[in-house]
Design a protein. Structure first.
Length: 278
């Protein structure tokens, strides 16, 4: 370890403005809602950073999780919002310190999940991909009259739709969230400018800035199509499953999903359930 480099494990020990600056550099598409994310979400998570002299050069946020795997409960960690200051990105800061951090966490848990939009960053870290997703659009000739939208967001019903959708479509449960966890995430989405559009049988989370459906689930595909019909044509749909090509058009082939798992013993065919620990 370089003499001037030190590891910091408490966000209170660093300048929060440096955290925001580093966050801006790495996630510039989210700058508009940065204050909301940092003040109401990231600050409540655990922190791991690297400081060079008085300069914060790497940030990592993570949160403990409880999971249910092979009929047993396990402790786990979810890592997210990892970033390295631009002028340090060619100095192997992440490979050295993130590896050190992961090795340290492995002493306390068997499961470590990483959430990232850039798989290439982690391809040398011995991670296992968990899920994939594709991008779709609704065919232009399949738009329907929408007349079943609920004005009020029903978090309990969204959770029921989610659970049934996962079961019906055999979706890998790395994407599962409990009702309490879902409600927290959904409220954060709303604060960050997303829209939740739902009926009694389907829902979707829509980003109006880029015209994209971030998440969705449904009991009834026709009902889901009606919700999409309330949005502009060629709205992109991020999907964990292959949608019915009679109604939808594939725009982008499957990519590695944002969660990757590292553990000593892991069977991809065994479902994992995240338990409510918020």
């Amino acid at each position: 370890m370089k003499a001037n480099m030190k590891i910091v494990k408490d966000i209170k020990e660093v300048d929060i403005n440096q955290v925001k600056q580093l966050y801006d550099e790495a996630f510039n598409d989210e700058i508009e809602y940065r204050e909301e994310l940092i003040n109401n979400y990231l600050k409540n998570s655990k922190f791991y950073g690297v400081v060079d002299k008085d300069q914060l050069v790497m940030i990592t946020f993570f949160t403990p999780k409880r999971i249910y795997y092979k009929n047993q409960k396990h402790e786990a960690f979810l890592i997210f919002a990892v970033a390295v200051k631009k002028e340090y990105q060619n100095k192997k800061i992440m490979s050295k310190y993130l590896s050190k951090f992961i090795d340290e966490m492995k002493l306390f848990t068997d499961f470590i999940f990483i959430q990232s939009h850039n798989w290439d960053i982690y391809k040398h870290f011995d991670f296992v991909e968990c899920t994939k997703f594709s991008k779709w659009i609704l065919r232009k000739d399949q738009f329907l009259k929408f007349d079943n939208i609920n004005e009020k967001t029903n978090y309990e019903n969204i959770n029921k739709i989610n659970i049934q959708f996962l079961r019906d479509n055999n979706i890998d449960n790395f994407v599962y969230k409990t009702e309490k966890e879902n409600k927290k995430y959904l409220k954060l989405y709303l604060k960050c400018g997303y829209q939740i559009i739902m009926s009694n049988r389907s829902y979707l989370i829509y980003d109006p800035k880029i015209k994209e459906i971030e998440k969705y689930a449904f009991f009834d595909q026709r009902d889901f199509i009606k919700l999409i019909s309330s949005l502009p044509y060629e709205t992109t749909i991020n999907s964990y499953i292959n949608l019915d090509k009679r109604f939808f058009v594939l725009k982008e082939e499957s990519q590695i999903k944002t969660k990757i798992c590292k553990t000593k013993s892991f069977d991809k065919n065994e479902p994992i359930y995240f338990l409510d620990n918020w």
